[in-house]
Design a protein around this ligand. Structure first.
Ligand code: ZN
Length: 216
């Protein structure tokens, strides 16, 4: 099981947490996990199961999977040929206050919707805090659809042009990297781009900077 724990804060200011709690937002990493139709699925092979090594009981398994499967992190090197790899990201950026941008209401009406600049500014006005030095998490309610691939991705076909789910709009991604110093983003959808944005503009914008991207 891949564990992802982020600090979730009721309110944040610039890296000065007011209250904090640990939240495990990961899914069990096994052969039931949903994945984009263009990546390899999870496979587990049992290597040892019983008294097979010098008479001692041992369970040993191998697994293979796409690195973009399940609750995982994208590094800038994913979309930028000169981008930072995971092991080069400063460790201090892995723990930061979380700012939760809630677009659940409009996502219920339109699965192709995106977080806007106004959604980001609304969070700052509401909390009286800055998004600087936070990990910006997009809450869309999509996690509720986790067990239904058609509802979660929009299609069961191996076609990235038929996906439908909410994400960061191109404009909100550009505004964030140009106007705030954030440490990362996260989304409960299978990609932090909108499903209908099949050229992955938010990937191109966010991953051109050296911060983390978490996603389901
Ligand atoms: Zn990925």
């Amino acid at each position: 099981m891949l564990l992802l724990a982020l600090l979730s804060l009721a309110c944040v200011s610039d890296a000065v947490p007011l209250t904090r709690r640990m939240v495990d937002m990961s899914y069990t990493f096994d052969d039931t996990i949903l994945h984009l139709p263009i990546v390899n699925k999870f496979q587990l092979d049992v290597v040892y199961n019983g008294t097979e090594l010098n008479g001692i009981w041992m369970l040993g398994e191998d697994y293979s999977a796409s690195v973009h499967l399940g609750t995982h992190m994208d590094a800038p090197a994913h979309f930028d040929p000169n981008g930072t790899a995971v092991d080069k990201i400063p460790i201090r950026h892995f723990v930061a206050p979380a700012a939760v941008i809630d677009i659940t209401a409009k996502a219920e009406l339109d699965p192709d919707c995106g977080a806007t600049v106004e959604d980001l500014l609304h969070w700052e006005r509401l909390t009286g805090q800055s998004l600087n030095q936070t990990i910006v998490l997009l809450k869309s309610g999509w996690g509720q659809k986790w067990n239904n691939m058609t509802a979660y991705i929009g299609s069961t076909e191996a076609d990235i042009n038929k996906m439908h789910f909410p994400g960061f709009s191109e404009e909100s991604a550009r505004w964030l990297v140009e106007n705030r110093n954030i440490y990362g983003i996260g989304s409960e959808t299978i990609s932090f781009d909108r499903g209908a944005a099949n050229t992955f503009p938010a990937h191109q914008i966010f991953l051109a900077t050296a911060f983390l991207v978490w996603r389901t």
